[in-house]
Design a protein around this ligand. Structure first.
Ligand code: TRP
Ligand code: SF4
Length: 336
């Protein structure tokens, strides 16, 4: 355990996860668990930066994310799975880091600018943005540094934040003349980008996603709405998988080489209609999700245990976080 590199990553609890999250993030985390010492955070304080006035579903969202993680194979025996707000050391460290972070570093952060823009579009003026939202990347830095993590597996959209974390770690070390915080590196993995069924970016607000928690019936229904080759109107029109905007892309992700050959053949020779093709695809997806669904049923039958997993994980996280925080307090020379 001791000589493994540490990994830290997190997700905001904003609702049930979809196949894009599964393929793009969770599968990756699951694969890292053996090789690294992993800390995975449900970042509820980060959710609050934009949803501070919509908290009625917070608890539900935390549970949903946790269930999705566990079903997908994130394993509380191998990794530390915790809730950000149950590890208050993060907040202490955030205070110290906020003191040494130049304001213009935060203002420059491009991801934060995007987030701020979304908020600004929703609420008419900039002055409605909270102090906490501006602290977003500093809080994320606290998440990462509180475990002195070496690597942060994130999507490309979060890389700017991790770069800022490196800068803050370096600045801390420079200011106090120590080599205390490890400069964390983003860890990008090549993942197939899964479009939404309508061809746009997959996202719950577009209603074009398949949730990990959807039943096989719902999955099938959703797959049937997927965009195909728009020139293939009737079943006896010959189609072209290369022009099939969504469904064939899904086949490439969920099908074997034999499946792809079968689909190409049926499509190009018009021996298989799009409805049939989608039905078979839905079956493929459902086959792959079946073990996750079984696991969900098992977990949902004992939500007390699920809650315990999060509390136990948070206790484990606190131990490491306290150790790192104590060291930082010494370095800064705070009274203790
Ligand atoms: N900001 C990340 C996102 O929206 C979630 C997150 C919070 C995170 N804390 C983190 C990611 C620490 C990596 C490391 O996706
Ligand atoms: Fe797409 Fe399949 Fe229809 Fe061909 S048969 S256009 S691959 S959905």
């Amino acid at each position: 355990m001791e000589n493994k590199l540490r990994i830290m990553s997190g997700m905001r609890p904003t609702g049930k996860l979809h196949l894009g999250h599964y393929l793009g993030v969770l599968k990756n985390w699951v694969n890292l668990q053996d090789e690294y010492e992993c800390y995975f955070s449900i970042a509820d304080w980060h959710a609050l930066t934009t949803k501070y006035n919509q908290t009625s579903d917070m608890r539900q969202n935390v549970q949903d994310v946790l269930l999705d993680w566990l079903c997908a194979g994130v394993d509380c025996e191998k990794s530390v799975i915790y809730l950000q707000s149950l590890v208050p050391q993060t907040a202490s460290l955030h205070i110290y880091l906020s003191m040494i972070t130049p304001q213009n570093w935060v203002e420059r952060d491009p991801t934060l600018k995007d987030l701020a823009k979304i908020m600004k579009d929703k609420q008419e003026n900039m002055s409605n943005l909270s102090y906490g939202l501006f602290g977003y990347p500093v809080l994320m830095t606290a998440d990462i540094l509180t475990f002195n993590a070496h690597l942060v597996p994130v999507g490309i959209d979060q890389v700017a934040h991790v770069e800022l974390s490196r800068d803050i770690a370096r600045r801390f070390n420079n200011i106090y003349g120590v080599n205390y915080f490890i400069e964390p590196k983003p860890k990008l993995t090549q993942v197939p980008l899964l479009k939404g069924l309508d061809g746009n970016k997959m996202g719950k607000s577009f209603n074009n996603d398949i949730k990990l928690s959807d039943t096989s019936e719902i999955t099938q229904k959703k797959v049937m709405t997927g965009i195909t080759d728009r020139n293939r109107i009737r079943k006896d029109d010959k189609g072209n998988p290369d022009n099939c905007e969504v469904i064939y892309d899904y086949w490439k992700i969920f099908g074997s080489n034999e499946d792809l050959a079968m689909v190409c053949d049926g499509c190009k020779n018009a021996t298989m209609g799009c409805a049939e093709c989608k039905k078979r695809l839905a079956q493929k997806i459902n086959d792959q999700l079946a073990p996750l669904r079984e696991k969900r049923i098992e977990l949902e039958s004992d939500m007390k245990k699920v809650d315990e997993i999060l509390h136990d994980g948070s206790k484990k996280a606190q131990i490491k976080a306290q150790e790192v925080l104590d060291g930082a307090i010494d370095v800064i020379k705070m009274y203790k």
